[in-house]
Design a protein around this ligand. Structure first.
Ligand SMILES: *Cc1c(COP(=O)(O)O)cnc(C)c1O
Length: 710
C-alpha cells in the first residue's frame, strides 16, 4: 500500500530541492522584493517540511515489530551529517568559522541545532524530530502525539514568525532568549521537526486517503491563508525568522495527501538526486561565486539573481546526476523477490480482510469478531496479521500466552487482548501493565489471582463438556464466588465447544447440550440478579455450524485464515473464505543422479533411471511435516507437480524434476498454496501428513520470514 502510492512523493523531491536552493540564493531579489519574499519565505517553506514528512512516512508508525527502522534512519542520517560536516570544513575555514570565539560552546550548539554550515541544521533536526515523534506516537497514539508536537510547534512559532509578539512580554522574551543561547532559531529538531514527523507517520498509518480534489482544494485554501499570514506578519515587522507559520501545518497535510494520489513505481533516483543537490548546493554557491570572479562575470553570474540561481541549480543538478550514476553502478543487482530468501511464508492481507468481512456478515448484529492470533497467528506472522487487523478496525484478540499478548501490545495493537490459557500468577503485574485480559481457568486459579491484589481484567471460562479448562457449569456457588472476588474485573465469560465441526447426529446433540448448559448457567445468574458480562461460545466451526447463537464475540481462528481443518469438512453456512497463506521455497541447486544412486538420509530413495533432482532449502526445521517424505508430499514448480523424494531433512528436501525440464536455480516452489482445493491447499497438505490445517500452519517456524502482500 505504502509503495503503491509513492511516485508523486518521489517526484516532488526535485522541485522541493530547487525551492531550497531558492531560499539560499533568492532568484527574484534583483527584480522584486515582494516576489522574492513570496517565493523564498513563503512558497519555499513547504520544502523542508515535505522532506521531513517523506522520511516520516517510512519511519514513524504506531506499529512496529522493533526499533530497527528508527535505528536505521538515525544511523543513516548521522552518517550523512558527519560526511557533510567534513565536506564543508574547507568552506568553513574559508569563511573564518574556526576563528570565532569562544569556539567550543559555539560548535556544540551548531552541531546539535544549527548545523555547522547554515543549511545543515536539517540533518540533526531530522534525527531529533524522528526520535521525538517515535516516542510520542508510541506513548500517546496520534491524537496525543499531534497535540504535543503541535504545542512544541506553537512554542517555536513565537520564537520565529511571531517573535514580535512574544518579545513584548518580558517572561516570554526571557524564555526565548534562553532558547536562543543554545539554538539560533526555534526552527530545529525540538520545536519544528516533530510535528511534521508525526503528521507524516499519521498519513502513512491511516488507510483512508483524501481524494485528489479534496486535497488540492485543502492545499489551495491553506496555502492562501498561509500567504496572507506571512504577508501580514511581514508588514507588521513581527518576524524574527520566517520558517514557521500556523497555516504551514494544514498546507503540508493537504500537499502530502495530494502527492499520494499519484500511483506508480518508486523513483529511487530522484531521491538520491534531491539529497545530493540539497547537500552540495551551498558549496555550489561558493563555486559559482569563485568562477564568476575568475571569469570576471560577477555582474551576470552573481548580481543577476535569477542567473545566479540557475547557475547554482545547474551545478547542483550536475553533481547530483553524477552521484546518481555512481550510486547506480555501485549497486549490486538483486534478483527481484530474493529479499524473501530461501524459504518464506507469503500472506495475502487482502484475503485476510475479505475473510473478516465474510465472518462479520455471518455473525448476528451486535456480535464482534475476536481474532485468534495465537501461535504466531497460525503461522501467518503475529505482527503482520494483528497489525493489519488493527488497521482495519478489529478491536478484540485472543492469544494463548501472556508473552504473545505482550508482543501484540509492543507492535501497537489496541483493544481487548484475551489470554486463553494459563498464566503464572507471578506475572499478574504484567497482565495489568500491558492491559491484557486473563482467562480464569478454574476456581483455584481465580482465587490465587485475586489474592495477589491489584485489579486484573478477566474472562471466566466455563466447562460445559470439553473437560479441559473452566469452572464446572453446574458449580454455581463457584461461579458466584468468582464474580464476587474483589480484585478481578470480570468482563467476559465463555465456554469452548469440543466437536462443533462434526455433522454426526450424536456430536450435534452433544454440542447443543454444551450450548444449552452455558445458557442455563446464564439464565440462573440472571435470575439471581447477577450482571452478565460479554459472553462467547463459538470458534470458527461454532460460527459456521451454529450461526444463530446470540453472543458478544466469536473467537475465530482457522476460518479467519481462510481454511477449514480438513479437506472434506462441510459446514452449515457456506462461507466464501479465501486462504491467506502460501509457503514457498527456492530451488537451491539441480543435480542429475544416475540409475542406482540414492538421495538423502538412509538411502530411502534410489533412482531407477537417470533423474534430475532439485534441492529446496526448507525442511522439518521450518515446520514442514517430515511424514511428507518419500513421495507422500509434493511441491508445485512452474505450475507442475514435483514429488518429494527421499526423507525430508531438517533444513533441506529433494524433489524430482525430471519431467519439468525448464526448472532453473532460483525458481520458486510452492509447498502450501493459497487455494481452496487442490493438492497444495492447507487442508490437503495437512491431511497427507495425517493432521489438520491448524497444526500444519501453526508449526511453520519462526525461521521463516513472513512476506505480506496487500
Ligand atoms: C484456538 C482457540 C480458538 C480458535 O479456534 P479455531 O477453530 O481456529 O477458530 C477459539 N477458542 C479457544 C478457546 C481456542 O483455544
Amino acid at each position: 500500500m505504502k509503495h503503491k502510492s509513492y511516485s508523486g512523493v518521489d517526484l516532488f523531491r526535485l522541485p522541493a530541492a530547487l525551492l531550497i536552493i531558492a531560499i539560499h540564493t533568492s532568484p527574484l531579489a534583483s527584480f522584486s522584493k515582494t516576489g522574492d519574499f513570496i517565493l523564498t519565505r513563503v512558497m519555499a517553506r513547504v520544502a523542508v517540511p515535505f522532506f521531513l514528512m517523506t522520511s516520516a512516512f517510512f519511519v514513524i508508525s504506531r506499529y512496529a515489530k522493533n526499533r530497527d527502522r528508527l535505528a536505521a534512519f538515525v544511523k543513516k542520517t548521522a552518517v550523512i551529517y558527519a560526511a557533510a560536516i567534513i565536506f564543508y570544513v574547507p568552506v568553513n575555514i574559508y569563511s573564518g568559522y574556526f576563528r570565532e570565539q569562544p569556539f567550543l560552546p559555539g560548535m556544540i550548539k551548531d552541531l546539535v541545532f544549527d548545523g555547522t554550515f547554515y543549511h545543515l541544521w536539517y540533518l540533526p533536526a531530522s534525527i531529533m524530530g524522528a526520535l521525538a515523534a517515535w516516542y510520542l506516537v508510541r506513548k500517546l497514539d496520534y491524537p496525543g502525539a499531534v497535540a504535543v508536537a503541535a504545542l512544541l510547534y506553537l512554542i517555536g512559532l513565537f520564537g520565529d514568525s511571531y517573535y514580535g509578539i512574544a518579545q513584548k512580554v518580558p517572561v516570554f522574551r526571557d524564555f526565548y532568549r534562553q532558547i536562543f543561547l543554545v539554538s539560533d532559531y526555534t526552527r530545529n529538531g525540538i520545536f519544528f521537526a516533530p510535528v511534521f514527523f508525526v503528521l507524516g507517520g499519521m498519513i502513512a498509518d491511516r488507510r483512508q486517503r483524501l481524494s485528489g480534489r479534496t486535497s488540492l482544494i485543502g492545499f489551495g485554501v491553506s496555502f492562501a491563508l498561509m500567504l496572507t499570514e506571512a504577508v501580514t506578519l511581514h508588514t507588521f515587522g513581527l518576524q524574527r525568522h520566517d520558517s514557521m507559520y500556523v497555516f504551514l501545518l494544514p498546507s503540508m497535510y493537504f500537499l502530502f495527501q495530494f502527492l499520494l494520489c499519484f500511483s506508480g513505481r518508486r523513483r529511487e533516483r530522484v531521491k538520491t538526486l534531491a539529497l545530493v543537490m540539497y547537500l552540495v548546493h551551498p558549496m555550489m554557491i561558493v563555486a559559482v561565486r569563485l568562477a564568476a570572479k575568475m571569469l570576471s562575470m560577477q555582474s551576470l553570474l552573481v548580481e543577476n539573481s535569477m542567473v545566479h540561481y540557475l547557475a547554482v541549480c545547474a551545478a547542483s543538478l550536475l553533481i547530483g546526476a553524477a552521484a546518481v550514476r555512481f550510486a547506480e553502478k555501485s549497486k549490486t543487482k538483486t534478483i527481484p523477490g530474493t529479499a524473501a530468501g530461501r524459504a518464506f511464508v507469503e500472506v495475502d492481507l487482502n484475503s485476510l480482510e475479505h475473510n473478516v468481512s465474510v465472518l462479520e456478515k455471518i455473525m448476528p448484529s451486535g456480535c464482534r469478531l475476536m481474532a485468534v492470533v495465537k501461535a504466531n497467528a497460525y503461522g501467518h506472522g503475529a505482527y503482520e496479521t494483528a497489525v493489519h487487523l488493527d488497521r482495519i478496525g478489529v478491536r478484540a484478540y485472543a492469544v494463548a500466552t501472556i508473552d504473545e499478548g505482550i508482543c501484540l501490545r509492543k507492535y501497537g495493537v489496541r483493544g481487548e487482548i484475551l489470554i486463553l490459557g494459563y498464566t503464572d500468577i507471578g506475572r499478574a503485574a504484567e497482565i495489568r501493565k500491558y492491559n491484557l485480559t486473563q482467562t480464569l481457568v478454574d476456581f483455584a486459579y481465580a482465587d490465587a489471582l485475586n489474592r495477589r491484589g491489584g485489579t486484573i481484567k478477566a474472562h471466566l471460562k466455563i466447562d460445559t463438556g470439553m473437560h479441559r479448562l473452566g469452572v464446572d457449569w453446574e458449580d454455581f456457588a463457584a461461579v458466584k464466588a468468582v464474580f464476587a472476588m474483589r480484585h478481578l474485573k470480570i468482563c467476559g465469560m465463555y465456554t469452548h465447544l469440543c466437536c462443533p465441526e462434526s455433522q454426526k447426529p450424536d456430536d450435534i446433540l452433544y454440542t447443543k447440550r454444551q450450548i444449552d448448559r452455558f445458557y442455563k448457567l446464564l439464565g440462573r445468574m440472571e435470575r439471581e440478579g447477577m450482571k452478565i458480562p460479554a459472553v462467547h461460545v463459538q470458534s470458527s466451526y461454532g460460527l459456521l455450524n451454529y450461526p444463530q447463537l446470540k453472543c458478544d464475540y466469536v473467537r475465530a481462528g482457522i476460518a479467519l485464515y481462510g481454511c477449514l481443518c480438513a479437506p472434506h469438512d462441510r459446514t452449515v453456512v457456506k462461507a466464501d473464505l479465501r486462504p491467506v497463506l502460501s509457503l514457498k521455497s527456492r530451488v537451491a541447486l539441480i543435480r542429475t543422479v544416475k540409475a542406482g544412486d540414492s538421495v538423502g538420509y538412509d538411502r530411502r530413495f534410489t533412482a531407477e533411471g537417470e533423474r534430475r533432482i532439485a534441492i529446496l532449502p526448507i525442511g522439518y526445521g521450518d515446520g514442514l511435516p517430515r511424514n511428507l517424505s518419500c513421495g507422500n508430499g509434493s511441491v508445485r514448480i512452474r505450475q507442475r507437480c514435483a514429488p518429494i523424494v527421499g526423507l525430508i531433512c531438517m533444513d533441506q528436501l529433494a524433489v524430482d524434476v525430471t519431467k519439468i525440464t525448464e526448472v532453473a536455480v532460483g525458481d520458486v516452489a510452492t509447498l502450501i498454496a493459497d487455494e481452496r482445493d487442490g493438492a497444495w491447499s492447507a487442508p490437503n497438505v495437512a491431511a497427507r501428513s495425517l493432521s489438520i490445517s491448524n497444526e500444519l500452519l501453526c508449526r511453520l517456524g519462526e525461521r521463516l520470514p513472513v512476506v505480506a502482500k496487500w
